[in-house]
Design a protein around this ligand. Structure first.
Ligand code: NAP
Length: 488
């Protein structure tokens, strides 16, 4: 059990909109309820922004842009560094808050606070490394000056599955680059972002640089801001379907975009793999965040000669996992986010079973309140099963077999998604060959977790555009300007 109280962490959060450095109710004082997915109970109500509130937030971001861009890079970095320290100092309470609104076990929630804070530490360091160039023109008579400037006011949209880290992954580089922003967290998990806004204000972020709108009308509030013309960048993390809609809207003002979208990660185990390491990696790649991660292993392809042993070992590990409310000691499998998620996972498992897959463990919901689904392993999952092409977003591991490396690559790449793929092999040549041929933005090579603030995170194909984190993460928030210098 935690040493901080549940009621205490919820009541400590300001539940209003954060616009221009001030907390204010939504127009008409509208609110909506936030629920605990483990119990279905209401945790609290937060402000429900209208389209007018959204435009007021954009106005505040636009008004603050010029002064903020002129801030010393070192000072922008110091604000992020102070916010990093504050996040870590409050890791316990912020972790509990996240568990309450999202459901993930407390240990994972605290892990996410550390991961989220690390983006601030990383981009605190990057803020002072924005460089430029000076060059002699090829004809020798002119000079090229190249500088990098903030793109301008940004619109940021984040999902519910990593309520803090998906925010800091965007806010960190935006602050470092000198951009102002309006951020809209997911309606199911607004509390972490509201808490973060308070922390950034305490860390000295000037009024108007970060504005937070919580709303149940995601499209109704965001579309007028996108079409308005004053925002110059949209950074979105969420589903591929919503990403496509936003790209169409952004075309109207030719707005720059970063898109971190859905995944359908293959997890390939070759006959020469260290099987125990592969099972360990599989548990991480599948069960981190209760399987509700864009990076979650969605399809396991195992060489036929080791498939039985891998399936048995994975089943043993999955069977023993404690299920329950994320606040309880020892719980590893928390609830899914809502009843729609339960219905989706149940329907995908039912479809696979109907098409001939065998359920080795799990395969059902858990009786009682909350949105719980049993850790599940399926073998003999055919290519036609819906879960081969759709994100499962739950604790379900479908296993299929393959015979050759080419076959493994063909099935692994047979998807519209291209976020991450996992490979387990002890053969170096094969490891590098398959890594290069996987159509993904990231590869976990004998490793079940790839996320790291110091590394470039992102996908190819319909998993997205652009990268977050690493040395390239700040580039998404900078425009290159070239000044042609004559008269020399
Ligand atoms: P989602 O339904 O696409 O929602 C994501 C965000 O977009 C939420 O804040 C949502 O608001 C908002 N939104 C929904 N419709 C919108 C619209 N028409 N206009 C503007 N904003 C809109 O996705 P989700 O179910 O929350 O998140 C899961 C998805 O995110 C999965 O596909 C997962 O793979 C992906 N994801 C990707 C990454 C990555 O880095 N590639 C990381 C994490 C998650 P409301 O919640 O208020 O509706």
């Amino acid at each position: 059990m935690s040493t901080v109280s549940e009621a205490g962490v919820v009541s400590a959060v300001n539940k209003e909109l954060f616009i221009g450095g001030k907390w204010a109710p939504a127009a008409g004082s509208a609110t909506f309820d936030v629920h605990d997915p483990a119990t279905g109970e209401v945790l609290c109500a937060v402000a429900d922004a209208s389209p007018q509130d959204g435009l007021a937030a954009l106005e505040a971001a636009t008004a603050a842009q010029a002064d903020w861009a002129a801030f010393a890079p070192r000072e922008r970095g110091e604000i992020l560094r102070r916010a990093y320290e504050k996040l870590m100092a409050r890791q316990e309470e912020l972790g509990l808050l996240m568990t309450l609104e999202m459901g993930k076990p407390l240990a994972e929630a605290k892990g996410e606070i550390a991961y989220a804070a690390e983006f601030f530490r990383w981009f605190a360091e990057e803020a002072v490394r924005i460089d430029g160039g000076y060059a002699v023109a090829p004809n020798g008579s002119g000079r090229f000056l190249v500088t990098n400037q903030p793109v301008g006011p940004c619109l940021l949209i984040t999902p519910w599955n990593f309520p803090m880290a998906m925010g800091t992954r965007k806010i960190g580089p935006a602050v470092a680059a000198g951009c102002t922003m309006v951020i809209k967290p997911a309606a199911q998990t607004p509390l972490s972002m509201l808490a973060l806004a308070g922390i950034l204000a305490e860390a000295g972020l000037p009024d108007g640089v970060l504005n937070v709108v919580t709303t149940t009308q995601a499209g109704g509030v965001m579309e007028p801001m996108i079409r308005d013309g004053r925002a110059r960048k949209l950074s979105f993390t969420g589903s591929t379907g919503v990403g496509r809609t936003l790209l169409e809207q952004c075309a109207g003002t030719v707005m720059r975009t970063s898109m971190e979208l859905g995944g359908n990660a293959p997890f390939v185990v070759f006959e020469d793999a260290d099987l125990d390491a592969a099972v360990e990696g599989a548990m991480q790649a599948k069960m981190r965040n209760i399987g509700e991660a864009c990076t979650a292993a969605n399809r396991f392809y195992v060489h036929s000669s080791v498939a039985d042993e891998f399936s048995r070992k994975l089943t043993e590990r999955m069977q023993g996992l404690p299920i329950g409310r994320g606040t309880e000691d020892g719980v590893v499998v928390g609830p899914l986010i809502d009843s729609a998620a339960i219905e989706k996972v149940s329907s995908l498992v039912g479809d696979a079973a109907q098409r001939g897959a065998t359920v080795l463990t799990g395969g059902a919901t858990v009786d009682g309140p909350g949105n719980f689904y049993q850790p599940t392993v399926l073998k003999g999952v055919p290519r036609e099963a819906r879960m081969s092409t759709e994100e499962i977003f739950g604790p379900v591991a479908p296993i299929s077999t393959f015979e050759t490396e080419d076959e493994a690559l063909a099935v692994a790449n047979d998807t519209e998604y291209g976020l991450v793929g996992y490979i387990y092999t002890e053969n170096l040549s094969r490891a590098l060959r398959v890594s290069e041929r996987l159509e993904t933005g990231m590869v976990g090579l004998n490793q079940g977790v790839v996320s790291n603030p110091a590394a470039p995170f992102g996908g190819v194909k319909q998993s997205g555009l652009g990268r977050e984190g690493g040395t390239v993460g700040i580039d998404e928030f900078l425009e290159t300007k070239y000044i042609a210098v004559g008269g020399l």
